[in-house]
Ligand binder design. Structure first.
Ligand SMILES: *[C@@H]1O[C@H](CO)[C@@H](O)[C@H](O)[C@H]1NC(C)=O
Ligand SMILES: *[C@@H]1O[C@H](CO)[C@@H](O)[C@H](O)[C@H]1NC(C)=O
Ligand SMILES: *[C@@H]1O[C@H](CO)[C@@H](O)[C@H](O)[C@H]1NC(C)=O
Length: 517
């Protein structure tokens, strides 16, 4: 017995050899790469070699990883289309846009395999131990992992998307049908209908599971994303990868199903409670230190003794005020000019527009995190990307969100639920509306109190999530990149009809019809 214990403890003491991992993200994927970056840097501390691959159209920032970019200069980046501004400012975002984005990624991948096949093969031939795949639009990255024969892990730059989650059989009841009927009818009907949809529509910013129509919508969004990702988006991927993955071609659902782990950047404490499987881990609940001091011009502006507090307006890298519809700028500038007791810092590209008063500072670059952490900052106006959302949490700053697209509405909703954010509807941008939101937050200390309270929950962890994530990652490597079969949920091997309980919905009415006949 002691000998066995001895060998078992040896197994746990055994240090993981350093591995070579390749992270593949979407085209010019700065946003996704920087979400996953923190975790990659943590892996470097354990002596793993980390490299980053994406299709590269123009120079970008230093990601702190080895670079394996595929130079696509001279080709059109489908994601940089002017249609994008139209979607951001004027349209509701849905799973249909998501499928279009897989089409964009497929277009680039098709170009890579046609014109840059050598570079693709060069990266592939480096013999990586493990591939980490961006769950969104990294089509050639999926192809590379698939033909390498090496294991792969899905990396989600936000929460698990509903389609990808279902391919991996998450959050579903794994029992047989008799048990599932009992479970669903009498115990807990928690499934796709009760999750806040990631593409939360602007008519549902007050989403609540107690509202019947909202649950219907959640289910619609879920099935929609499932179908559009599994069939429409996948059709483009099959086409793009046809030269390296022959008939029956690439299957995105199968690719997800066979992945050996799922890591997400969505902090668990922020998301509503959800069922989990062994092969799921969120490393997202961390705060990046803001150790760098504020540049002197910002500091002197903020420290003005006449100021009652600082207000920061920053809408991320995507949104350009010059291309926004005119009433956006007019509304914001009108309100901002009225807030003379405060100091307003407004991140905008291009020239400073005329008419802004002296208490407003504009800049094409702002040290967002440092400003948020400054103790005079009282309000942030943001688009609700997950990275900004986390900076809001870590700096405990009351926020008014103006979400534009993607899962930003959902992120905003999460903070609103925690009581330190408000959401402004982009289809209803006017002076009265914005004025009300701003006054509400500035005049009620509860927003600040709730932000402080949530931060204590967020940081209350047995061990830092990045360390736990690295521990799980090392364990996976110890097993050669794929855990033994018992580690994974049984539902992975069942059909979708069974896993989604669709059979159950059919059997009950069928029995009733039979009995009543
Ligand atoms: C990483 O490598 C350095 C230098 O070889 C070594 O000192 C350190 O202990 C290693 N770290 C881990 C976590 O193995
Ligand atoms: C179904 O699962 C339940 C719970 O796991 C078990 O008790 C029951 O025996 C199973 N029924 C059948 C028909 O396998
Ligand atoms: C804000 O920070 C400064 C220095 O960092 C400190 O002197 C001041 O007391 C702080 N103010 C409040 C209200 O905490």
């Amino acid at each position: 017995m002691t000998i066995i214990t001895f060998f078992i403890s040896l197994l746990f003491l055994y240090n993981v050899e350093s591995a070579r991992v390749l992270l593949t993200v979407m085209d010019q994927g700065r946003s996704h790469a920087t979400s996953i970056n923190t975790f990659m840097h943590r892996l470097q501390k354990d002596n793993h070699t980390t490299a980053l691959e994406f299709a590269w159209f123009h120079p970008d920032i230093d990601f702190g990883m080895e670079e394996r970019f595929i130079d696509m200069k001279g080709f059109e980046n489908p994601f940089a289309s002017p249609d994008f501004d139209k979607i951001a400012f004027e349209e509701d975002y849905s799973f249909i846009h998501q499928a279009v984005a897989y089409g964009f990624g497929s277009k680039t991948c098709n170009n890579i395999l046609k014109h840059k096949k050598e570079r693709f093969n060069e990266i592939l031939s480096e013999d990586w131990d493990l591939y980490l795949s961006d769950s969104l639009f990294a089509v050639c990255g999926y192809g590379m992992a698939e033909i390498s024969g090496k294991p792969h892990v899905m990396m989600h730059s936000t929460d698990l998307e509903s389609a990808q989650g279902s391919f991996k059989a998450f959050s579903r009841c794994k029992y047989n049908i008799s048990f599932r009927i009992l479970h669903n009818l009498f115990i807990n009907f928690r499934n796709y209908a009760t999750f806040v949809p990631s593409n939360l529509p602007f008519t549902m910013l007050d989403f609540s599971v107690s509202k019947y129509f909202h649950r219907i919508w959640a289910a619609y969004d879920w099935f929609g994303s499932f179908i559009f990702t599994a069939f429409v988006g996948n059709f483009a991927q099959k086409w793009a990868l046809r030269s390296i993955i022959p008939f029956p071609y690439f299957s995105f659902s199968e690719y997800n199903r066979r992945s050996s782990y799922t890591f997400t950047d969505m902090p668990d404490s922020l998301f509503p409670p959800a069922s989990r499987t062994n092969d799921f881990f969120s490393f997202g609940a961390y705060c990046k230190p803001s150790s760098k001091p504020l540049p002197p011009d910002f500091l002197s502006f903020i420290d003005d003794p006449k100021s009652k507090g600082t207000i920061l307006i920053a809408f991320g890298t995507f949104i350009d005020w010059r291309r926004a519809p005119k009433h956006y700028y007019d509304t914001f500038s009108t309100i901002v000019n009225q807030l003379t007791d405060y100091r307003v810092i407004w991140s905008m590209k291009g020239e400073r527009p005329p008419g802004l008063r002296d208490h407003v500072k504009t800049s094409s670059w702002v040290p967002q995190n440092q400003i948020l952490h400054h103790n005079k900052t009282v309000l942030f106006l943001s688009h609700g990307g997950l990275k900004s959302t986390k900076e809001v949490i870590c700096s405990a700053t009351p926020t008014i969100f103006v979400p534009m697209f993607g899962e930003q509405t959902r992120n905003s909703w999460l903070i609103k639920e925690k009581g330190f954010g408000r959401i402004m509807n982009k289809f209803n941008i006017n002076v009265k509306e914005l004025g009300t939101h701003v006054r509400e937050v500035l005049e009620h200390p509860t927003y600040q109190q709730n932000a402080n309270k949530f931060l204590t929950y967020y940081m209350d962890q047995p061990i830092p999530t990045l360390d736990e994530g690295a521990f799980r990652f090392n364990k996976l490597l110890k097993y050669g990149g794929k855990m033994p079969a018992f580690f994974y949920p049984r539902a992975l091997d069942l059909s979708h009809i069974t896993v989604l309980n669709l059979d159950m919905y059919l059997i009950l009415p069928a029995m009733l019809i039979y009995l009543l006949k």
